[in-house]
Design a protein around this ligand. Structure first.
Ligand SMILES: [Zn+2]
Length: 304
């Protein structure tokens, strides 16, 4: 069972950690990710428009692309590194995904906004009969449980201050290095220069862990910024796919099942995150480094 758990953890984390021993720098340019965000978001919106009789594919592509650029801008804010910029950056990135989702649905850009305010989604629909609604994110609860259960492995405690600055749970570990999967190394590996597979920070589906051992405050802050970029990646996927899929699931349910959908969002359908994991785990490694688009995107904004 421990072996199975380690294998599962390794699979889940294979693209997430900030690897310390990468050999080769693959594309980590911000401009590349501005273009990628704009194109992927534009295509998402255009596909949505193409499925509607009254859809304007070109207009949807344009608005979707703007949404992608706004998400990138939020990530830039986080990458600046200043704590005060972090939460605004997270919400600007989420706003961008909302603009894209609304473009795909053919509704006004700001008419339906889903903002992740941990551990809930705040939904704002100006002018609607019920303009504000709040639902608990199933993913947020699961992610926090994961970090809490792994407290021994990560030797980490909840950092309330950094969590408030981030808008999501951030755990602080006073060791130098973490080992997200596999058997735990000897005690000395947690400090100094670390051992094989050491990472400085971890993000898993909403929850971040950062290390402070042997680092300056600025260096630790950079790790948090990097992990927070991963948080925006999860939000982007949830707003574009996870929340709409949950809504579609509960739309036709009645009785107690419908009630669950009013209280919770089962935001488990995250295809972009899944694709990222799949590419990282299956494509051949290049120069000692796997193809991890999420990792490159985080590095583009916040460094390693
Ligand atoms: Zn990373």
């Amino acid at each position: 069972m421990p072996r199975l758990r380690s294998a599962l953890l390794a699979l889940l984390l294979c693209v997430i950690p900030a690897q310390l021993h990468a050999q080769d720098r693959l594309p980590e340019r911000r401009e590349l990710f501005l273009a990628l965000n704009a194109v992927v978001s534009g295509v998402y919106a255009a596909v949505g428009a193409a499925t509607r009789d009254d859809g304007n594919v070109l207009a949807a592509f344009a608005q979707g692309a703007v949404g992608g650029a706004v998400t990138w801008s939020g990530q830039r804010l986080i990458g600046d590194g200043r704590p005060a910029f972090r939460l605004p950056g997270v919400q600007v990135a989420a706003l961008g995904a909302n603009l894209t989702r609304n473009a795909a649905r053919g509704v006004p850009a700001f008419s339906d906004l889903i903002l992740p305010v941990y551990p809930v989604y705040l939904r704002i629909r100006p002018g609607a009969e019920d303009p504000f609604s709040v639902r608990v994110s199933g993913l947020a609860v699961a992610s926090l449980a994961w970090a809490s259960l792994g407290a021994d492995r990560f030797r980490a405690d909840l950092d309330w201050r950094e969590s408030l600055f981030t808008g999501g749970p951030v755990f602080r570990s006073t060791v130098s290095h973490l080992y997200p999967s596999g058997p735990l190394p000897s005690a000395s590996c947690f400090n100094g220069n670390g051992c094989d597979d050491a990472v400085a920070g971890i993000h898993w589906l909403g929850t971040s862990i950062y290390t402070t051992g042997g680092r300056s405050e600025a260096a630790s802050r950079r790790i948090i910024a990097h992990e927070t970029i991963h948080l925006t990646q999860v939000h982007r996927d949830a707003i574009l796919f996870g929340v709409p899929a949950s809504d579609a699931l509960f739309a036709h349910m009645e009785g107690p099942f419908a009630w669950i959908g009013e209280v919770f969002v089962i935001d488990a359908f995250l295809p972009m995150t899944g694709l990222n994991h799949a590419l990282a785990c299956t494509l051949p490694h290049h120069g000692g480094e796997s193809w991890r688009l999420y990792e490159f995107e985080a590095r583009a904004h916040a460094g390693r």
